[in-house]
Design a protein around this ligand. Structure first.
Ligand code: KG4
Ligand code: ZN
Length: 343
């Protein structure tokens, strides 16, 4: 069974064809990174316009690369939230129109839930019960899946998402957007013990996360490093930091985030004893995080190919397939987007 997946919730326009939920026949991702890098972050109106321009060519390319046609597709899966409303609308309206025109079933996909399905795109499939850490620019969630579609949220961030913290820290110390890759690159040359940043105290049994205090601690440290007082404006900091200071802050910050994330996964692992542990979302591409989990978890962690951790449509199509198995299709005339959809 072939599912066409469509994704446009943030700054990637993506389409993919996946067979039986696990076999990727094509996965096309048109990134707007270059456009947004100019502004140091994502600009919603620019994102929506760009989705509109490339959506149809990206879908056509996904069909061509999969050596298939819309006629041969068995269903269409599309992200309906969470995300930027203008961006979500482009993908969902396209999918609704295609579903109506071709009379194919339409499946409405929660983007955060779909991130977990990056891990079904490689053999062997992860086993249930499955503990999932989803860490991206917009979300930080820990969830326990008993089966497809049957999950419980164990914890989530109370403020910034993990990827957002990387992006904000990059900005503070003068590294390019997106912050994850640039901070982890700088961290390679830095001393992770140079600075000690605080970890949030959220109560003994809490599986929640918090990153805004850490971001503020990084700002205060950077200010102290460049001038010894807290009056230095944040936009003045990058030019005043030395390469070594920048690398050391990046490494110490990354170590703290990794410690926080690994700590929560271990805590949940001990409590729920899952059959497998998976990670996903852009921050899951971080190799320091992967190594720390591998080292500290009692059982091996199930990894997806790195390209499926960041936003893509193969994970959307995969979840779409599993929805076909439980018959959860959506009326194309009724599908609405939900920018603040939660898990
Ligand atoms: O999943 P994703 O592509 O989009 C969202 O749904 O948010 O995640 C993007 C986020 C960005 O915040 C980016 O800085 C972060 O993932 N990221 C990383 C790495 N690569 C991307 N964070 C840490 N280390 C990385 N290697
Ligand atoms: Zn995402």
């Amino acid at each position: 069974m072939k599912i066409l997946g469509i994704e446009s919730s943030a700054d990637e326009t993506a389409a993919a064809v996946v067979e039986n939920g696990t076999q990727v026949l094509s996965s096309i991702v048109a990134s707007q990174m270059d456009i947004h890098t100019k502004y140091g972050g994502m600009v919603p109106e620019v994102a929506a316009r760009s989705h509109l321009e490339v959506m149809l060519p990206v879908i056509q390319e996904a069909l061509d690369e999969a050596k298939t046609t819309l006629d041969e597709i068995d269903g269409i899966a599309v992200t309906y939230g969470p995300g930027l409303v203008g961006s979500l609308l482009i993908g969902s309206l396209t999918a609704r129109t295609l579903a109506r025109l071709t009379d194919k079933p339409l499946y409405a996909i929660n983007h955060v839930e779909a991130h977990v399905y990056a891990n079904f795109l490689r053999e062997p499939e992860p086993q249930f019960p499955l503990l999932a850490l989803i860490v991206s620019g917009g979300h930080t969630q820990l969830a326990l899946f008993q089966d497809h579609g049957d999950y419980q949220l164990l914890g989530q961030t109370r403020d910034d998402a993990a990827g957002e913290a990387f992006d904000k820290v990059a900005r503070i110390i003068g590294l390019p957007y997106p912050g994850g890759p640039s901070v982890s690159q700088a961290a390679k040359a830095g001393d992770e013990l140079a600075f000690t940043f605080p970890k949030p105290q959220l109560g003994k049994n809490s599986l929640d996360f918090s990153f805004s205090g850490l971001k503020t601690a990084v700002l205060r440290t950077a200010q102290a490093e460049v001038g010894g007082n807290f009056r230095t404006k944040s936009y003045e900091i990058p030019a005043l930091l030395s390469q070594k200071q920048r690398n050391d802050i990046a490494a110490s910050f990354q170590k703290t985030v990794v410690d926080i994330l690994v700590g929560r996964v271990l805590q949940a692992y001990q409590e729920y004893k899952p059959a497998s542990v998976v990670i996903s979302g852009g921050v899951a591409a971080n190799t320091t995080l992967q190594e720390a989990l591998q080292e500290r978890l009692p059982s091996p962690i199930h990894y997806a190919p790195i390209k499926y951790y960041t936003d893509n449509a193969a994970m959307i199509a995969s979840l779409g397939y599993f929805k076909t198995q439980s018959g959860q299709k959506t009326d194309p005339l009724k599908l609405k987007v939900d920018p603040i959809l939660s898990m």
